[in-house]
Design a protein around this ligand. Structure first.
Ligand SMILES: Cc1ncc(C[n+]2csc(CCOP(=O)(O)OP(=O)(O)O)c2C)c(N)n1
Ligand SMILES: [Mg+2]
Length: 467
């Protein structure tokens, strides 16, 4: 398609063709394929070892994500799951430009970042499974991978929420008089958050060593870029705040690597923040529950033809760096590593219920857990009573608190307003009494029906929720 758009997007453009974006472009000028030069060779190949590393990392991410999707379908993974299939070149190209001492922070779509940075696939898969051997010890799940050794400061569930944190880390790098830099990756949707402007302003004002990378996959959930952002050339969005930006081909790991390397060098040496927009595409839905009604199959197919892994592998074979058999071997190794990670995750135990309050930064009388007292005083010190905190979830479970009996559907049922009314009626004013008898999930009692609800239907929101 001449303009790089699917029929759906063209149709949308037709209905809005008199409208101009805030940057003066028409809504259809979003991708500017001629500027990005998708599919063109822009850089010479690096040395063979680097080529091999880049290709195998992209393959590992692709195979890992495919398998994670399957594991989600088998209910091995709960909560939300956001896959980055299609975005591998943006992720590997950017992270390969980092030094070991640099920091990386990302969004909830961050499995690829963790793997690219070197977190073992076993630890990543175990985290998705919510297991003790996960890289966040099973507490974080898909959206909150973390690996301090690799200086990967995590996924983050709040869109734009990681941006101020990255400015803080950059300030710390300066404060500690290191020449470390932080790479702060976000989605296109995050550029509409207030935190975007606030962070750009402070980063420029305080000359912070941070490089922002926008992984522009062209959608914020089901909303296309030109429908959620007035300025669609996202590399220009930070300029007014004093942070210069550059655009690159997010389907070409070498282009991303080149542009991000320059930005990192500038941030490191000149102590000036930089922004890079990598234009890419996500092949899969926003999360696993996305019916993808906002785009056509043809559009996705069109982007699949620019596949970053296939294109890179083809080039390596064409230029004689790798034989086709070696490409296949690397792919087989990626599959093997992912198979192994699934076995590892399956064997890893769930965290002990007693450890529920470990590492929680809260201290009240009700929740004795991790607290911050002056370690020089004679009172209880951090860690001394942590293990006792396990009694709390047991007590809660005995009282039938919501979620306390993990795995027991009946116990997980939230109490509805009707339940509470029934309890109140049984207890009578000012009396203590046992809770009302539980109503079978899925049954409707007259009072609830009148209020338009169904007793026992309020399961914890999973993928049916808004995310
Ligand atoms: C502050 C906030 N608002 C809304 C949401 C719900 N939400 C989750 S992902 C998302 C879209 C973000 O899109 P983008 O930044 O482009 O990242 P992508 O998912 O494409 O990687 C939204 C609105 C949220 N998590 N946080
Ligand atoms: Mg996006």
């Amino acid at each position: 398609m001449a303009n790089g758009y699917s029929p759906t997007q063209v149709a949308i453009r037709e209905t809005t063709k008199t409208r101009k974006n805030g940057d003066g472009t028409a809504p259809g000028d979003v991708t500017k394929p001629e500027e990005i030069r998708f599919g063109e060779v822009k850089h010479d190949l690096p040395d063979p070892e680097t080529c091999r590393t880049v290709l195998s990392k992209m393959m590992l991410i692709r195979r890992f994500e495919e398998r994670a999707g399957e594991m989600y379908a088998k209910a091995k993974i709960g909560g939300f799951l956001h896959l980055c299939i299609g975005e591998e070149a943006a992720i590997v190209g950017a992270t390969q430009a980092l030094r070991d001492g640099d920091y990386l922070i990302s969004t909830y779509r961050e499995h690829g970042q963790a793997l690219a940075r070197g977190t073992h696939p076993n630890g990543v898969m175990a985290e998705l499974f919510g297991r003790e051997d996960g890289c966040s010890r099973g507490r974080g799940g898909s959206m909150h991978l973390f690996d301090w050794e690799k200086r990967f400061l995590g996924g983050y569930g709040i869109v734009g929420g990681s941006l101020p944190l990255s400015a803080g880390v950059a300030l710390a790098c300066d404060y500690l008089e290191t020449d470390d830099v932080i790479l702060s990756m976000m989605g296109d949707g995050a550029t509409n958050q207030g935190t975007f402007g606030e962070t750009m302003n402070l980063a420029a004002l305080w000359s912070l060593p941070v490089v922002f990378v926008i992984v522009n996959n062209q959608f914020g959930m089901g909303t296309a870029l030109h429908r959620h952002s007035a300025v669609t050339d996202l590399s220009r969005k930070s300029e007014g705040f004093g942070v210069p930006g550059t655009r690159c081909d997010g389907m070409d790991a070498l282009d991303v690597h080149s542009v991000v390397s320059d930005a990192l060098a500038h941030a490191r040496e000149q102590r000036q923040p930089q922004l890079v927009e990598a234009v890419t595409y996500r092949y899969r839905g926003h999360s696993m529950a996305d019916p993808e009604e906002y785009r056509s199959k043809e559009e996705v197919e069109e982007w699949r033809r620019r596949d970053p892994i296939q294109a890179f592998a083809r080039r390596l074979v064409d230029e004689g760096v790798l034989g086709q058999d070696e490409v296949e071997k690397l792919d087989a190794e990626a599959i093997e590593a992912v198979d192994e990670s699934v076995k590892f995750a399956d064997k890893s135990p769930f965290p002990e219920l007693d450890s529920l309050y470990d590492d929680v930064y809260v201290f009240t009388d009700e929740v004795p857990a991790w607290w911050t007292v002056d370690e020089r005083t004679p009172e209880v010190h951090r860690g001394e009573r942590e293990r006792e905190a396990g009694q709390v979830p047991h007590d809660l479970a005995e009282k039938g608190a919501a979620y306390a009996g993990v795995g027991d559907r009946q116990a997980r049922k939230r109490r509805t307003p009707t339940d509470r009314r029934q309890e109140g009626a049984q207890q009578g004013p000012g009396e203590d009494g046992e809770a009302a008898e539980e109503v079978e999930p899925g049954t409707t009692d007259p009072a609830t029906a009148a209020a338009g609800g169904e007793v026992g239907s309020a399961e914890p929101a999973d993928e049916g929720g808004a995310d």
